[in-house]
Design a binder for this molecule. Structure first.
Ligand code: NI
Length: 136
């Protein structure tokens, strides 16, 4: 029996979407307001979904206490109240779009989970805009 366990988390972060190798005009055309040179913030809502077999001994797919702590250490401590472009090494050369943030979060969490478990990241950048990534 496979069950998906979900844990919600939250972080605030600032970013700017732009490419150094593009002109100011092209950055404006592609990234619009998100290219504001003074950065801007989002209240990111994160859903971490872990799918796997229920362990016969514990009745858990994954221990929620362990998952909660993992998200706190790997994601919240690393991203909350940070300027993603300036303070988070993963985005030094990578545009911090919601898509790329979801991939970074996946790559941070996946190696820390039992390899038998499937992971899916859902990341809301605004209440209406969200992305999903599951490692494909
Ligand atoms: Ni933005």
């Amino acid at each position: 029996m496979e069950v998906t366990v979900n844990r919600k988390a939250h972080f605030n972060a600032a970013h700017r979407l732009y490419r150094k190798d593009w002109s100011a005009e092209k950055n404006d055309a592609i990234f619009g307001k998100c290219n504001n040179p003074n950065f801007h913030g989002h209240n990111y809502e994160l859903i971490v979904s872990v799918t796997g077999e229920i362990d016969k001994n514990t009745g858990f797919v994954v221990d929620m206490k362990v998952l909660k702590k993992l998200i706190k250490i790997e994601i919240e401590d690393a991203l909350d109240h940070k300027n993603l472009n300036l303070e988070v090494p993963e985005f030094k050369e990578l545009n911090p779009t919601a898509e790329n943030i979801a991939v970074v979060i996946y790559n941070k969490l996946k190696p820390k989970l039992n390899a038998k478990l499937a992971l899916e990241i859902t990341l809301y950048e605004t209440p209406r805009n969200f992305v999903k990534y599951s490692g494909k």
